[in-house]
Design a binder for this molecule. Structure first.
Ligand SMILES: NC(=O)c1ccc[n+]([C@@H]2O[C@H](COP(=O)([O-])OP(=O)(O)OC[C@H]3O[C@@H](n4cnc5c(N)ncnc54)[C@H](OP(=O)(O)O)[C@@H]3O)[C@@H](O)[C@H]2O)c1
Length: 287
Protein backbone atom coordinates (compact mmCIF):
# COMPACT_ATOMS: atom_id res chain seq x y z
CA UNK A 1 0.00 0.00 0.00
CA UNK A 2 1.40 3.39 -0.99
CA UNK A 3 0.80 6.48 1.12
CA UNK A 4 1.40 10.00 -0.18
CA UNK A 5 1.95 12.66 2.51
CA UNK A 6 1.66 16.22 1.21
CA UNK A 7 2.99 19.14 3.24
CA UNK A 8 5.46 16.68 4.80
CA UNK A 9 7.77 19.34 6.25
CA UNK A 10 5.08 20.87 8.46
CA UNK A 11 4.30 19.88 12.04
CA UNK A 12 1.97 17.00 11.26
CA UNK A 13 3.74 15.92 8.08
CA UNK A 14 6.98 15.57 10.06
CA UNK A 15 5.29 13.12 12.44
CA UNK A 16 4.44 10.85 9.49
CA UNK A 17 8.07 11.01 8.36
CA UNK A 18 9.02 9.89 11.86
CA UNK A 19 6.48 7.04 11.82
CA UNK A 20 7.69 5.98 8.35
CA UNK A 21 11.26 5.76 9.62
CA UNK A 22 10.33 2.81 11.85
CA UNK A 23 7.32 1.33 9.99
CA UNK A 24 7.95 -0.92 7.02
CA UNK A 25 4.26 -1.76 6.49
CA UNK A 26 3.78 0.82 3.73
CA UNK A 27 5.49 2.47 0.79
CA UNK A 28 5.73 6.18 1.58
CA UNK A 29 5.99 9.19 -0.72
CA UNK A 30 6.64 12.52 0.98
CA UNK A 31 6.14 15.82 -0.80
CA UNK A 32 6.04 19.46 0.23
CA UNK A 33 5.65 22.79 -1.54
CA UNK A 34 9.03 22.41 -3.26
CA UNK A 35 8.26 18.96 -4.72
CA UNK A 36 4.46 19.03 -5.18
CA UNK A 37 2.56 22.29 -4.95
CA UNK A 38 -0.94 20.98 -4.29
CA UNK A 39 -2.44 24.12 -5.83
CA UNK A 40 -0.81 23.36 -9.20
CA UNK A 41 -3.54 21.32 -10.88
CA UNK A 42 -1.44 19.99 -13.76
CA UNK A 43 1.35 18.86 -11.45
CA UNK A 44 -1.06 17.12 -9.09
CA UNK A 45 -2.87 15.38 -11.98
CA UNK A 46 0.45 14.21 -13.41
CA UNK A 47 1.67 13.08 -9.98
CA UNK A 48 -1.38 10.88 -9.49
CA UNK A 49 -1.00 9.50 -13.03
CA UNK A 50 2.63 8.54 -12.54
CA UNK A 51 2.37 7.15 -8.99
CA UNK A 52 -0.03 4.52 -7.78
CA UNK A 53 -1.32 6.04 -4.56
CA UNK A 54 -3.69 4.19 -2.23
CA UNK A 55 -3.87 6.81 0.52
CA UNK A 56 -3.23 10.55 0.36
CA UNK A 57 -2.72 12.27 3.72
CA UNK A 58 -3.01 15.97 3.08
CA UNK A 59 -0.93 17.82 5.67
CA UNK A 60 -0.39 20.79 3.35
CA UNK A 61 -2.26 23.92 4.36
CA UNK A 62 -2.12 27.66 4.74
CA UNK A 63 -2.03 27.88 8.54
CA UNK A 64 -1.13 31.52 9.26
CA UNK A 65 -4.42 32.46 10.94
CA UNK A 66 -3.74 36.19 11.32
CA UNK A 67 -2.00 36.66 7.97
CA UNK A 68 -4.94 35.01 6.23
CA UNK A 69 -7.17 37.97 7.13
CA UNK A 70 -5.27 40.04 4.53
CA UNK A 71 -4.54 37.15 2.20
CA UNK A 72 -7.87 35.49 1.43
CA UNK A 73 -6.83 34.50 -2.10
CA UNK A 74 -3.76 32.57 -1.00
CA UNK A 75 -5.51 30.89 1.95
CA UNK A 76 -8.49 29.99 -0.28
CA UNK A 77 -6.18 28.70 -3.00
CA UNK A 78 -4.37 26.27 -0.66
CA UNK A 79 -7.10 25.39 1.85
CA UNK A 80 -9.99 25.11 -0.60
CA UNK A 81 -9.09 25.07 -4.32
CA UNK A 82 -6.03 22.81 -3.90
CA UNK A 83 -7.97 20.48 -1.61
CA UNK A 84 -10.56 20.17 -4.40
CA UNK A 85 -7.78 19.26 -6.86
CA UNK A 86 -6.54 16.52 -4.52
CA UNK A 87 -10.07 15.26 -3.90
CA UNK A 88 -10.85 14.99 -7.64
CA UNK A 89 -7.59 13.11 -8.27
CA UNK A 90 -8.39 10.81 -5.34
CA UNK A 91 -11.83 10.14 -6.79
CA UNK A 92 -10.36 9.37 -10.23
CA UNK A 93 -7.69 7.01 -8.90
CA UNK A 94 -9.70 5.38 -6.11
CA UNK A 95 -7.36 6.88 -3.50
CA UNK A 96 -8.62 7.52 0.04
CA UNK A 97 -8.06 11.13 1.07
CA UNK A 98 -7.17 11.81 4.69
CA UNK A 99 -7.57 15.54 5.18
CA UNK A 100 -6.96 17.66 8.26
CA UNK A 101 -9.45 20.31 9.30
CA UNK A 102 -9.76 22.56 12.29
CA UNK A 103 -11.79 23.68 15.30
CA UNK A 104 -11.66 27.16 13.73
CA UNK A 105 -14.53 26.18 11.41
CA UNK A 106 -16.75 26.78 14.47
CA UNK A 107 -17.79 30.16 15.87
CA UNK A 108 -17.06 29.21 19.48
CA UNK A 109 -20.51 30.09 20.79
CA UNK A 110 -21.13 26.57 22.11
CA UNK A 111 -20.76 25.84 25.78
CA UNK A 112 -20.56 22.08 25.29
CA UNK A 113 -18.03 20.22 23.13
CA UNK A 114 -18.59 20.35 19.35
CA UNK A 115 -19.73 17.16 17.65
CA UNK A 116 -19.00 16.17 14.05
CA UNK A 117 -22.53 17.15 13.05
CA UNK A 118 -22.51 20.65 14.52
CA UNK A 119 -22.86 23.35 11.89
CA UNK A 120 -19.68 25.14 10.81
CA UNK A 121 -19.81 28.91 11.20
CA UNK A 122 -16.24 30.20 10.87
CA UNK A 123 -15.38 33.67 12.19
CA UNK A 124 -11.99 34.03 10.44
CA UNK A 125 -10.71 33.84 6.88
CA UNK A 126 -8.60 30.80 7.79
CA UNK A 127 -11.62 29.04 9.33
CA UNK A 128 -13.77 29.90 6.31
CA UNK A 129 -11.25 28.51 3.82
CA UNK A 130 -10.85 25.32 5.88
CA UNK A 131 -14.65 24.85 6.13
CA UNK A 132 -14.88 25.31 2.35
CA UNK A 133 -12.09 22.71 2.02
CA UNK A 134 -14.25 20.19 3.87
CA UNK A 135 -17.18 20.95 1.56
CA UNK A 136 -15.22 20.43 -1.66
CA UNK A 137 -14.09 17.02 -0.40
CA UNK A 138 -17.64 15.99 0.46
CA UNK A 139 -18.87 17.12 -2.97
CA UNK A 140 -16.05 15.39 -4.89
CA UNK A 141 -17.37 11.88 -4.32
CA UNK A 142 -13.95 10.56 -3.25
CA UNK A 143 -13.46 8.28 -0.26
CA UNK A 144 -12.35 10.48 2.59
CA UNK A 145 -11.60 10.86 6.26
CA UNK A 146 -11.64 14.43 7.52
CA UNK A 147 -9.85 14.70 10.85
CA UNK A 148 -10.69 17.94 12.63
CA UNK A 149 -8.08 18.88 15.17
CA UNK A 150 -7.22 21.81 17.43
CA UNK A 151 -4.28 23.65 18.97
CA UNK A 152 -1.75 21.42 17.19
CA UNK A 153 1.84 21.37 18.43
CA UNK A 154 4.95 19.25 18.01
CA UNK A 155 8.70 19.45 18.44
CA UNK A 156 9.03 20.70 14.83
CA UNK A 157 7.71 23.84 13.17
CA UNK A 158 6.10 26.86 14.75
CA UNK A 159 3.55 26.43 17.48
CA UNK A 160 2.38 27.75 20.83
CA UNK A 161 4.58 25.40 22.89
CA UNK A 162 7.74 26.44 21.09
CA UNK A 163 6.76 30.11 21.19
CA UNK A 164 6.28 29.94 24.98
CA UNK A 165 9.64 28.19 25.44
CA UNK A 166 11.36 30.84 23.30
CA UNK A 167 9.71 33.72 25.20
CA UNK A 168 10.67 32.11 28.53
CA UNK A 169 14.34 32.34 27.54
CA UNK A 170 14.45 36.09 28.21
CA UNK A 171 11.20 37.03 29.97
CA UNK A 172 9.94 36.48 33.50
CA UNK A 173 6.31 36.84 32.49
CA UNK A 174 4.24 36.51 29.34
CA UNK A 175 0.68 37.75 28.76
CA UNK A 176 -1.52 34.86 27.66
CA UNK A 177 -5.18 34.78 26.68
CA UNK A 178 -7.36 33.24 29.38
CA UNK A 179 -10.82 33.45 27.80
CA UNK A 180 -10.41 31.04 24.89
CA UNK A 181 -10.96 27.41 25.79
CA UNK A 182 -10.05 24.34 23.79
CA UNK A 183 -7.82 21.29 23.73
CA UNK A 184 -4.18 21.01 22.69
CA UNK A 185 -3.22 18.20 20.32
CA UNK A 186 0.23 16.65 20.11
CA UNK A 187 0.77 16.03 16.39
CA UNK A 188 2.24 12.59 17.12
CA UNK A 189 -1.04 11.45 18.75
CA UNK A 190 -3.03 12.64 15.74
CA UNK A 191 -0.66 11.00 13.24
CA UNK A 192 -0.75 7.72 15.20
CA UNK A 193 -4.55 7.73 15.23
CA UNK A 194 -4.65 8.33 11.47
CA UNK A 195 -2.27 5.39 10.99
CA UNK A 196 -4.53 3.23 13.16
CA UNK A 197 -7.53 4.08 10.96
CA UNK A 198 -5.50 3.39 7.81
CA UNK A 199 -4.47 0.02 9.24
CA UNK A 200 -8.10 -0.91 9.81
CA UNK A 201 -9.69 0.61 6.74
CA UNK A 202 -8.89 -2.21 4.31
CA UNK A 203 -12.10 -1.85 2.29
CA UNK A 204 -11.39 1.83 1.49
CA UNK A 205 -15.08 2.72 1.26
CA UNK A 206 -15.15 5.43 3.84
CA UNK A 207 -16.77 8.85 4.14
CA UNK A 208 -16.19 10.05 7.68
CA UNK A 209 -15.49 13.16 9.69
CA UNK A 210 -13.84 12.74 13.08
CA UNK A 211 -12.96 15.19 15.81
CA UNK A 212 -9.55 14.61 17.34
CA UNK A 213 -7.63 16.44 20.05
CA UNK A 214 -5.99 15.40 23.27
CA UNK A 215 -8.37 15.01 26.22
CA UNK A 216 -9.09 17.83 28.64
CA UNK A 217 -10.27 21.41 28.12
CA UNK A 218 -8.08 24.36 29.09
CA UNK A 219 -7.34 27.98 28.24
CA UNK A 220 -4.16 29.14 26.49
CA UNK A 221 -3.11 30.65 29.84
CA UNK A 222 -3.38 27.30 31.60
CA UNK A 223 -1.50 25.67 28.73
CA UNK A 224 1.30 28.25 28.97
CA UNK A 225 1.65 27.79 32.73
CA UNK A 226 1.88 24.01 32.28
CA UNK A 227 4.58 24.46 29.62
CA UNK A 228 6.62 26.69 31.96
CA UNK A 229 6.17 24.43 34.99
CA UNK A 230 6.91 21.13 33.26
CA UNK A 231 9.95 22.50 31.42
CA UNK A 232 11.25 24.16 34.60
CA UNK A 233 11.25 27.69 33.12
CA UNK A 234 11.35 30.59 35.51
CA UNK A 235 8.53 32.37 33.70
CA UNK A 236 4.95 33.14 34.69
CA UNK A 237 1.89 33.41 32.48
CA UNK A 238 -0.22 36.52 33.14
CA UNK A 239 -3.90 36.00 32.24
CA UNK A 240 -5.34 38.55 29.80
CA UNK A 241 -8.47 38.75 27.66
CA UNK A 242 -8.76 38.16 23.93
CA UNK A 243 -9.53 41.86 23.56
CA UNK A 244 -6.40 42.87 25.48
CA UNK A 245 -4.25 40.56 23.34
CA UNK A 246 -5.70 42.11 20.18
CA UNK A 247 -4.93 39.44 17.58
CA UNK A 248 -5.85 40.31 13.99
CA UNK A 249 -8.11 37.30 13.37
CA UNK A 250 -11.06 36.36 15.56
CA UNK A 251 -10.77 33.00 17.34
CA UNK A 252 -13.55 30.83 18.77
CA UNK A 253 -13.80 31.42 22.52
CA UNK A 254 -14.70 27.76 23.03
CA UNK A 255 -13.69 25.06 20.58
CA UNK A 256 -13.46 21.81 22.52
CA UNK A 257 -14.48 18.68 20.64
CA UNK A 258 -16.78 15.88 21.59
CA UNK A 259 -14.62 12.84 20.70
CA UNK A 260 -17.09 10.01 21.35
CA UNK A 261 -17.15 9.12 17.65
CA UNK A 262 -13.40 8.60 17.21
CA UNK A 263 -13.21 6.80 20.55
CA UNK A 264 -15.88 4.29 19.63
CA UNK A 265 -14.66 3.92 15.99
CA UNK A 266 -11.08 3.14 16.97
CA UNK A 267 -11.51 1.76 20.48
CA UNK A 268 -8.43 3.83 21.36
CA UNK A 269 -8.20 5.94 24.48
CA UNK A 270 -7.09 9.51 23.88
CA UNK A 271 -4.09 10.77 25.85
CA UNK A 272 -4.71 13.57 28.36
CA UNK A 273 -3.20 16.84 27.14
CA UNK A 274 -0.67 17.13 29.99
CA UNK A 275 0.71 13.61 29.41
CA UNK A 276 1.29 14.34 25.73
CA UNK A 277 2.79 17.74 26.51
CA UNK A 278 5.31 16.04 28.81
CA UNK A 279 6.28 13.65 25.98
CA UNK A 280 6.70 16.47 23.47
CA UNK A 281 8.83 18.49 25.93
CA UNK A 282 10.99 15.41 26.52
CA UNK A 283 11.40 15.05 22.75
CA UNK A 284 12.39 18.73 22.50
CA UNK A 285 14.95 18.19 25.27
CA UNK A 286 16.54 15.36 23.34
CA UNK A 287 16.97 17.53 20.22
N1 LIG B 1 -1.41 24.33 13.66
C1 LIG B 1 -2.56 24.23 14.32
O1 LIG B 1 -2.71 24.70 15.45
C2 LIG B 1 -3.73 23.54 13.67
C3 LIG B 1 -4.93 23.47 14.39
C4 LIG B 1 -6.00 22.83 13.79
C5 LIG B 1 -5.86 22.26 12.54
N2 LIG B 1 -4.70 22.36 11.86
C6 LIG B 1 -4.60 21.76 10.55
O2 LIG B 1 -3.70 20.68 10.63
C7 LIG B 1 -3.03 20.52 9.38
C8 LIG B 1 -1.54 20.43 9.62
O3 LIG B 1 -1.13 21.66 10.23
P1 LIG B 1 0.40 21.95 10.58
O4 LIG B 1 0.40 22.77 11.83
O5 LIG B 1 1.17 20.71 10.48
O6 LIG B 1 0.75 22.91 9.38
P2 LIG B 1 2.17 23.55 9.01
O7 LIG B 1 3.17 23.20 10.05
O8 LIG B 1 1.92 24.98 8.69
O9 LIG B 1 2.58 22.75 7.70
C9 LIG B 1 1.92 22.94 6.49
C10 LIG B 1 2.86 22.48 5.42
O10 LIG B 1 2.19 22.64 4.15
C11 LIG B 1 3.11 23.24 3.24
N3 LIG B 1 2.39 23.90 2.16
C12 LIG B 1 1.82 25.13 2.15
N4 LIG B 1 1.28 25.38 0.94
C13 LIG B 1 1.52 24.28 0.18
C14 LIG B 1 1.22 23.94 -1.16
N5 LIG B 1 0.56 24.78 -1.97
N6 LIG B 1 1.61 22.74 -1.62
C15 LIG B 1 2.30 21.88 -0.83
N7 LIG B 1 2.62 22.16 0.45
C16 LIG B 1 2.23 23.34 0.94
C17 LIG B 1 3.87 24.20 4.11
O11 LIG B 1 5.04 24.62 3.44
P3 LIG B 1 5.61 26.11 3.75
O12 LIG B 1 5.99 26.11 5.17
O13 LIG B 1 6.75 26.20 2.79
O14 LIG B 1 4.47 27.04 3.44
C18 LIG B 1 4.14 23.34 5.34
O15 LIG B 1 5.26 22.51 5.16
C19 LIG B 1 -3.48 21.69 8.50
O16 LIG B 1 -4.50 21.23 7.66
C20 LIG B 1 -4.03 22.68 9.49
O17 LIG B 1 -5.03 23.50 8.89
C21 LIG B 1 -3.61 22.99 12.40
Amino acid sequence: MTILVTGCKGQLGSEFRKIASYSSDYQWIFTDYDTLDISNENDVIEFFQTHSIDICINCAAYTAVDKAEDDYDKAHNINTIAVGILARCCKLHNTVLFHISTDYIFDGNNDTPYTETDIANPISVYGKTKAEGENVIKKSGCYYVIMRTSWLYSSTGNNFVKTMLRLAEDKHSVNVVNDQYGSPTWAFDLASTIMFIIGRNADKEIHEIFNYSNDGIISWYEFANAIFRISGKNCKAIPITTEEFGAIAARPKYSAFNKNKIKSYTGLSIPFWRDSLIKCLEELNRK
